[in-house]
Design a protein around this ligand. Structure first.
Ligand code: NAD
Length: 417
């Protein structure tokens, strides 16, 4: 591999994985080019009045990477680092993710470069409505269906749905991850985290590993991190450390995830949790633990820390948490990586269920949501495992290979003249 002067960005890493898959599949150069570039990108100004009366203009994006297999699908991120390049990389990752778990969508991602914690609820509401209005001509229930991601949540999806419906008529299928009272799917909020644990269970079953003897450390205690930690402890893993942007807490005997969640409701930092010792994020990433779960932002495991990671398995709940260069070090150190594209697909799978329920104006029971989520993740994992064993490639390379093959087939079948 050609040496780069820095750790790969998320965009570079997704692109490298795609190129590797295209090479493994012996795709022609023209097909590779068709699948590599985003099919549409939109940058919008998002001007709002702050509560102080000051006018602020934020940059917003929606990147539709590939729509060969169905309407574009992907989350909306509110984060200071939600740049065009990051959004484009995540959009491409969505194309491969939806194909891998066989849901009839393409890939997209959106974002606003903003720190949502610095805005009031009223400001966030105005920001979301302005952004929705400015991208409304390229989204739609059969065109492009946004969902929550980092910094956004069910309330923000409700505002998006309302803004869109005011313009085009009542339309719950325009976004997923809505509150259940507005047509959201039961089980959508917990799906990304539970899905990661379903994937971990499938891997343990294939490797004959007893998860009830394993320790786990989770970086991130938002939607993803909380549900990963909660589901992990329910299946008997011992959660020994949790961190978020404020720092972390560590207890070798195990952390009561529900109690820790109660603690965060008082807005007190995780490091101040009375039943644990304070640790930094860096300490969490290099803890002596069986399973390390990055579940916060991307690019946290770089060459600076990779050699100090002591976990034997990394469950990539976050999107693109490891750089390419760090991955090489982890592989040399025999650390197994369960890749994001596969393990964190629970969110988009249940988003698909939500969209299907909205189109049919019908609501599923929680039991059906969980059962079908488990089936899809387990099948996806088994397919990737089989390909990885048969072709002697990593789980990540196998996952990209299977998904790029499906998207290439769909794109070519649609016909280009
Ligand atoms: P969230 O906004 O609910 O939570 C993010 C968490 O990360 C918070 O606890 C925050 O404190 C922490 N964090 C942010 N920056 C950090 C830093 N520099 N160091 C340590 N912790 C930091 O977001 P989420 O929905 O939980 O998403 C987390 C990750 O999971 C993202 O990478 C996202 O793309 C991925 N993901 C989310 C979903 C979903 O549906 N929620 C689905 C698939 C993947």
């Amino acid at each position: 591999m050609q040496k780069r002067p820095h750790d790969s960005t998320a965009a570079e890493f997704v692109d490298l994985n795609f190129i590797q898959a295209a090479h493994d599949l012996k795709l022609a150069d023209d097909v590779t080019e068709l699948l590599r570039v985003p099919w549409r990108e939109l940058q919008v100004a998002v001007p709002i009045r702050l509560d102080s009366g000051q006018l602020r203009t934020f940059s917003g994006y929606r990147v539709q990477h590939n729509g060969a297999r169905g309407p574009y699908k992907g989350g909306i991120r509110y984060h200071p680092e939600a740049t065009r390049d990051e959004v484009a990389a995540l959009a491409s990752l969505m194309t491969w993710k939806t194909a891998l778990v066989d849901i009839p969508f393409g890939g997209a991602k959106g974002g606003i470069q903003v720190d949502p914690t610095k805005l009031s609820n009223a400001e966030l509401n105005r920001l979301t409505r302005m952004y929705t209005a400015n991208i409304s001509h390229i989204i739609g229930p059969k065109r492009d269906i946004p969902a929550p991601d980092m910094g956004t949540n069910a309330q923000i999806m409700a505002w998006m749905m309302d803004a869109y419906s005011r313009q085009f008529g009542h339309n719950p299928a325009i976004v997923t991850g809505k509150p259940v009272d507005l047509g959201g799917s039961i089980g959508r909020e917990s799906a990304p985290g539970k899905g990661c644990i379903f994937a971990l269970q499938k891997w343990a079953e294939l490797k004959n590993i007893d998860l009830s003897t394993k320790t786990i450390a989770v970086q991130g205690f938002g939607n993803m991190g909380y549900w990963v930690a909660s589901a992990a402890s329910k299946i008997g893993c011992t959660v020994i450390a949790v961190a978020d942007i404020t720092g972390g807490t560590y207890n070798q005997q195990g952390i009561d995830v529900a109690k820790l969640n109660e603690h965060t409701k008082s807005k007190s930092p995780l490091g101040k949790y009375a039943q644990g010792e304070t640790i930094t994020n860096e300490e969490l990433l290099s803890l002596e633990v069986d399973i390390l779960v990055p579940a916060a932002k991307g690019g946290v495991i770089t060459t600076d820390i990779a050699d100090r990671v002591r976990a034997s398995t990394i469950l990539e709940a976050a999107n693109s948490p490891i750089t390419k260069e760090a991955e090489e070090i982890l592989e040399q150190n025999n650390i197994t990586i369960l890749p994001d594209i596969l393990v964190n697909s629970g969110g988009v799978i249940v988003s698909y269920f939500e969209w299907a329920q909205n189109i049919q104006e019908f609501q599923w029971e929680e039991e059906r949501v969980e059962r079908e989520l488990l089936q899809r993740i387990s099948k996806g994992f088994a397919d990737v495992w089989e390909e990885s064993v048969a072709s002697k490639i990593t789980l990540r390379n196998a996952a990209f290979k299977l998904s790029v093959e499906k998207v290439a087939k769909a794109a070519l079948l649609r016909g280009f003249v």
